[in-house]
Design a protein around this ligand. Structure first.
Ligand code: SF4
Length: 295
């Protein structure tokens, strides 16, 4: 358990990081109603707590409504979240929908159920947001989730695609935001321990964990142990993309590249040959000319 000073410092760091992400992506505006999705895991508890702290001193007015979807998984402790949210004094809605039975019925035993389960869950969340008049939906994914998703798509999906801090739903009715996009899982886990959130285990559905995602988590954990700061560095890279040095013809006009174009015209061109040290090089002192003998 963290002592109170450490916990205070940690919560300030998380609030600063979340506040910066919210500002950078303009996630929350005056008059917004934000549906905060709470699963009972450490990330969503932390998100709600941080959003409530930021709301108290935000220069804009917005409303938070916490929402939990009770998917009727066996052993789900249905009383934990209502009690916690009521004590917290936040508006909340518990939605009961038996997606567990649908998933069990549709997916053969032994197969991963997460993809159908999350599709069904997304549908219920969007419907609830509509019912409650929420224009924003906040999810508790953090920086590590975003980086892991990038590698998952890269290594198993052949796509350079992550998990955006902000996105529009397909029907254009809601904006999904990830206020913890700049927060590390490590900090969130320590914060959750310090705050003693009533964590609900996430394996109640009995699904095997996603093996590919697990492999990526292990890979990143190993990299981070050997070379600390890799996850942070990869996330920074996601905000600093150079299309001219990837290979997507839809993103960069490779076909139109011609001798004599200026850097501006290249839109995203990189100074690959403009090595800053080149200017300090002395002029070449000798030139060797090779003449082919005519025999
Ligand atoms: S772990 Fe279980 S509850 Fe979570 S998405 Fe997968 S099937 Fe659904």
């Amino acid at each position: 358990m963290e002592n109170s000073k450490t916990l205070q410092r940690l919560s300030r760091r998380l609030e600063t990081a979340a506040g910066k992400a919210i500002a950078d992506y303009n996630m929350i505006e005056d008059g917004d109603t934000v549906l905060v999705c709470i699963s009972g895991g450490k990330d969503s508890y932390a998100m709600l707590s941080i959003l409530m702290a930021l709301q108290r001193r935000a220069p804009v007015n917005f409303r938070l409504i916490a929402m939990n979807l009770d998917q009727k998984q066996p052993g789900f402790p249905a009383d934990v979240l209502p009690r916690y949210l009521a004590e917290l004094g936040v508006d909340y809605r518990i939605v009961e929908q038996d997606t567990y039975s649908i998933v069990k019925e549709k997916i053969p035993e032994g197969k991963t159920t997460c993809s159908l389960c999350s599709r069904l869950r997304r549908g219920v969340i969007y419907r609830t947001a509509k019912e409650l008049g929420a224009n924003k939906i906040a999810l508790g994914h953090h920086r590590d989730d975003i980086v892991h998703t990038l590698f998952l798509n890269l290594l198993f999906g052949g796509k350079l695609k992550g998990m955006p801090p902000k996105l529009l739903t397909d029907d254009g009715a809601h904006v999904v935001i990830r206020p913890l996009a700049y927060c590390s899982e490590h900090d969130i886990a320590r914060y959750a321990r310090g705050m003693a959130f009533p964590i609900i285990p996430c394996n109640l559905c009995g699904s095997q964990s996603n093996l590919q995602r697990q492999k990526i988590r292990e890979m990143m954990a190993e990299w981070d142990t050997r070379y600390p700061g890799r996850t942070e560095s990869v996330f920074t890279a996601m905000q600093n993309i150079v299309p001219s040095h990837l290979a997507d013809t839809a993103l960069f006009g490779f076909k139109d590249l011609r001798v004599g174009q200026t850097l501006d015209a290249m839109d995203g061109g990189d100074l690959v040959f403009d090595d800053p040290f080149q200017e300090s090089l002395p002029p070449a002192t000798s030139v060797v000319t090779i003449q082919r003998s005519e025999s």
